[in-house]
Design a protein around this ligand. Structure first.
Ligand SMILES: *[C@@H]1O[C@H](CO)[C@@H](O)[C@H](O)[C@H]1NC(C)=O
Ligand SMILES: *[C@@H]1O[C@H](CO)[C@@H](O)[C@H](O)[C@H]1NC(C)=O
Ligand SMILES: *[C@@H]1O[C@H](CO)[C@@H](O)[C@H](O)[C@H]1NC(C)=O
Length: 314
């Protein structure tokens, strides 16, 4: 390149080097932890004591990450070691108690470690989906502010807030995809509990911590459907981007249209791009190998199950 171009490039490189979260090279081999949870009592396919729905694993893999299951019966020391080895954490949907379960205990350990790490300049993103969204609000507010809504098996468009356009999560989405998200019934909702706009607005901790990117309504109550943290790389959706490409139960609320699948890929890509900013790594190649989900085989539960395949853990 010519001299002026080289000078511009040097300046640009210096500017980029100072941008937050970009002080180091991107990690192109990210490994994201997915938190397991207690088996459902009515799961006829269950083995062992905990599971991860395979759709969350595929969701992250579709965007170029590998997955390490995070089991729920380990010691604090073991979690600290895992935290230092992985590049992000996904808290999936499901059906456990978000204040008393092992799932909630481990979520809290990682949330606390992530706050501390990010405060110290060590980038560590967290993504919450459905129950994971709810879990994050409980961790931040330090109490359960959820309310019952009529939102089980329904697809809706997102009602974007003015903050959405400049949000880290949505700002890189193509315009036509944002239009589909805003106008078509493509976000899958499978939850009985929601964080109402009212309770979010009344709670100083939640308001300070998260900005609201979208809301929805069950016809009676406005609830929050997408958030991102102001000062942390934490993101959460009350809807299910992973279901459109990877779950096949034939039920109202399930959408397999092209825009729904694109929305899934874009949210996954966004989160994986966040994980690429983390430089955590396993202490050795052998440790990494042992931790990956490839060591486990998912169980096919039939296409009429809410989760078509699950990983089970002792
Ligand atoms: C977790 O469960 C597995 C399988 O039952 C067991 O081998 C392991 O020791 C348990 N870990 C803890 C910390 O209890
Ligand atoms: C607000 O949270 C409380 C729990 O602290 C819950 O009982 C109530 O139903 C919620 N109200 C609304 C409007 O969300
Ligand atoms: C979305 O679903 C609602 C409720 O079922 C329906 O009234 C509306 O027409 C649907 N919108 C589109 C664009 O399909």
């Amino acid at each position: 390149m010519g001299r002026p171009a080289a000078a511009v490039f040097a300046v640009l490189a210096a500017v980029l080097a100072c941008a937050p979260g970009r002080s180091q090279q991107l990690n192109d081999r990210p490994i994201i932890g997915v938190l397991a949870q207690e088996n459902l009592p009515y799961d006829a396919f269950a083995r062992g004591s905990s599971y991860i729905a395979a759709s969350y694993v595929k969701y992250l893999e579709s965007a170029g990450a590998r997955v390490a299951p995070v089991r729920i019966n380990l010691t604090d020391e073991e979690y600290t070691k895992i935290f230092q080895s992985i590049n992000g954490l996904l808290l999936p949907g499901g059906d456990v108690d978000i204040q008393t379960s092992q799932f909630s205990r481990v979520a809290k350990i990682f949330y606390t470690l992530a706050i501390r790490a990010n405060d110290a300049g060590d980038y560590f993103p967290i993504w919450g989906t459905c129950q994971g969204f709810q879990q994050l609000t409980v961790l931040t507010a330090n109490k359960n502010l959820l309310t019952l809504t009529d939102t089980k098996a329904v697809s809706m468009p997102l009602k974007f807030t003015t903050a959405a356009k400049s949000s880290r999560l949505f700002r890189s989405f193509p315009k036509d995809l944002l239009q589909s998200l805003a106008n078509e019934n493509i976000t899958s909702n499978f939850h009985s509990w929601s964080l109402s706009v009212q309770n979010y607005t009344k709670n100083a901790k939640l308001k300070r911590f998260y900005r609201v990117l979208s809301t929805n309504s069950d016809g009676k109550r406005e609830f929050i459907s997408t958030i991102e943290a102001n000062r942390y790389p934490f993101y959460a959706v009350q809807w299910h981007p992973e279901k459109s490409p990877f779950e096949w139960i034939d039920k109202a609320g399930m959408v397999h249209s092209f825009p729904a699948i694109r929305a899934s890929l874009y949210t996954a890509s966004f989160f994986v791009s966040e994980a690429k900013k983390s430089q955590h790594r396993f202490s050795s190649a052998a440790e990494e190998e042992k931790a990956l989900i490839y060591n486990y085989s998912p169980v096919f539960r039939g296409t009429t199950s809410i989760f078509v395949q699950n990983y089970y853990f002792d």
